[in-house]
Design a protein around this ligand. Structure first.
Ligand code: ADP
Length: 585
């Protein structure tokens, strides 16, 4: 309907055809166009306005408006749009440039690593004058004794040379991590007053073939400049593994690095004053060429400390700490079977933290106890609620403790606790490792059978208390552990009825390629069946033994489980108080 000035105009009923008619009738004052928008603002002669949809790029309106001499305006807001658009473009460009720069920096880093490795030579090994002395290394008397002749040589070379003695060029220190291998090497340097040049062998291996070898050359060049000195190569197994193995090309870079190391070791003269000490905990995987005379021909084992050693290490590290006079280091040495020097140091550090937390001035036994618990078990999480599962856990743990007490003595139990730990155990029975086995490295058949019995004792307790139909999956990990031991007994050590045969699929094999290339024969089906049967027989027998032990001690089991549910933790002292008189062995 054409615009009628008598009627108030409302936007809602304005339409395209109305607009056309209004223009024809001369009711329109001006039209405002928006580029790229499909509508116009119309100003009528009566002063009213309206927004009216039009066609895109509408020529009809334009033509009509021009014919009627209307004021046509193009909205200048496209300037704002242009600004917005250019802002977006600018933003995109900025993101693009930043991204480009980041990529460029990354590439240039790789490139500088690749081509500029020569520049950062000083960084991959350290040269220091060390203050460490043999007094700082406790509990490894044999190793320290063997290394003393090297000090003698470094201090008074002429004396040994006059006697015609040759001093080893390379010494391999073998032992578990944290036993003090680095410390020993430092002590030699410190005692002899010579520079200590150290590097982790993994530092040799770089992105590009040839870098490792050039680093080895650099290291030895530096060492001969600084002679007499000690060169210490940590984790030598990372480059010193057997060569010529591995499918898919092997690791050329590692092999080249190792070859260079061998060449350097051969290259420097005997008694030149450079003594190379290398540390590893995997001597079995080292390339035999490394161990040949004139290279690392001297091997020194750095073992885990025994009780006396642990006490000495604890006292070395407690010198700088305010230890209460009540603390008996003998007691703590007995409680830390299997701990390395580094772990013992950590124990005392943790104790100091607990001490500081409790605002005490001296480190007391309870601080060490808390620290030991944190290290062996993890951080305690929230308290347990009383429930059936608490009872079930208690029976599992107490069962384990009883079987261990019968087999290895009451003293083998260090602690039983139901308190859950963050990210680890839900409940645990801490059983001290057999120190003799640890020290001698010899594992008897009896020892392994006992381990399986103890591992399955939780399941045994559940079976005795709740019945075979009510057992739970709580013992899943125990079963896994027990089966692994049984498998080793059968396939590795000849501890089963199958006799003295080794059927293990050499899991010590470092490189998959070796066995594949040798086309190793697989175990015959019949043998595999027999192995499985033996494993099952051992496991079932062990479970039955544990069930018998627990049945014999049923009242003690119930008593201990009740106490554990209430007190949540039973320590070794309390355990032996409860058990010592009534345990039926
Ligand atoms: P490894 O080289 O065998 O891995 P480290 O020599 O690096 O072990 O030992 C780490 C730390 O543990 C040492 O700095 C030292 O504080 C402590 N430590 C290890 N073994 C002993 C030891 N026998 N006597 C004293 N402290 C030790």
């Amino acid at each position: 309907m054409p615009f009628n000035s008598n009627f108030p105009y409302s936007e809602s009923n304005s339409s395209y055809s109305d607009l056309l008619l209004d223009i024809d009738y001369g009711n329109v004052e001006s039209i405002l166009f928006y580029p790229r928008r499909r509508e116009v603002d119309v100003l009528y002669k009566n002063g009213e306005t309206a927004k009216i949809p039009i066609l895109y790029n509408d020529q009809l309106i334009l033509r009509k408006a021009t014919e009627s001499n209307l004021t046509l305006t193009i909205n200048n807001s496209n300037r704002d749009m242009a600004i917005a658009e250019s802002a977006v473009t600018f933003g995109l460009l900025l993101i693009f440039i930043t991204g480009f720069l980041v990529i460029l920096r990354g590439t240039s880093k790789i490139a500088s690593k690749a081509f500029g490795f020569g520049k950062s030579r000083a960084k991959f090994f350290t040269i220091e004058e060390v203050e460490t002395r043999f007094d700082d290394v406790a509990g490894v008397p044999e190793a320290a004794e063997e290394l003393k002749e090297i000090i003698e040589f470094l201090k008074r070379p002429q004396k040994l040379l006059d006697l015609g003695a040759t001093v080893p060029k390379g010494v391999l220190l073998i032992g578990p991590p944290g036993t003090g291998k680095t410390l020993l090497a430092k002590a030699i340097a410190g005692e002899s007053g010579v520079p200590f040049i150290s590097i982790a062998a993994s530092e040799f291996v770089e992105l590009f073939v040839g870098v490792g070898a050039s680093r080895v050359r650099d290291l030895f060049q530096k060492a001969s400049q600084k002679s007499p000195c000690i060169v210490f190569i940590d984790e030598i197994d990372s480059i010193g593994r057997q060569r010529g193995s591995g499918i898919g090309g092997g690791n050329d870079e590692r092999e080249q690095t190792l070859n260079q190391l061998l060449t350097e070791l051969d290259g420097f003269a005997e008694n030149s004053g450079v003594i190379v000490l290398a540390a590893t905990n995997r001597p079995d995987i080292l390339d035999s060429a490394l161990l040949r005379p004139g290279r690392f021909d001297r091997k020194i084992e750095v073992m885990l400390p025994d009780r006396n050693g642990r006490k000495k290490i604890l006292s070395v590290h407690s010198l700088t700490k305010p230890l209460s006079s009540n603390v008996d280091l003998n007691f703590w040495a007995a409680r830390t079977i299997g701990f390395s020097g580094a772990e013992l140091e950590n124990l005392l550090n943790e104790s100091a933290i607990h001490c500081a937390r409790s605002k005490s001035k001296e480190i007391k036994n309870e601080h060490i106890e808390d620290a030991l618990e944190k290290i062996t078990l993890g951080i305690r999480s929230s308290k347990l609620v009383n429930s059936n599962s608490k009872k079930l856990r208690a029976y599992n743990e107490v069962g384990r403790a009883l079987v261990s007490s019968v087999r290895n003595g009451i003293k083998s139990i260090d602690k039983i606790t139901l308190l859950p730990r963050i990210g680890s155990y839900t409940a645990v029975t801490l059983i001290a490792p057999d120190e003799e086995v640890l020290n001698s490295g010899l594992i008897s058949k009896k020892h392994l059978l006992t381990k399986i019995e103890i591992a399955l004792a939780g399941r045994a307790a559940e079976t005795v208390v709740f019945g075979f139909r009510e057992i739970t999956q709580y013992a899943e990990n125990d079963l896994k552990y027990a089966t692994a031991i049984a498998k080793e007994m059968v396939t590795k050590y000849g501890f089963s009825l199958m006799g003295p045969v080794n059927n293990s699929q050499n899991d010590n094999e470092v490189f998959l390629g070796n066995s594949l290339l040798r086309n190793k024969s697989l175990i015959a089906d019949k043998t595999a069946k027999q192995i499985d049967k033996e494993i099952m027989d051992i496991s079932k027998k062990a479970l039955n033994n544990s069930i018998n032990i627990i049945t014999n001690n049923r009242s003690l089991l119930d008593k201990l489980a009740d106490i554990l549910v209430i007190e949540e933790t039973i320590d070794n002292k309390r355990f032996s108080e409860i058990v010592s008189t009534s345990l039926k062995v």
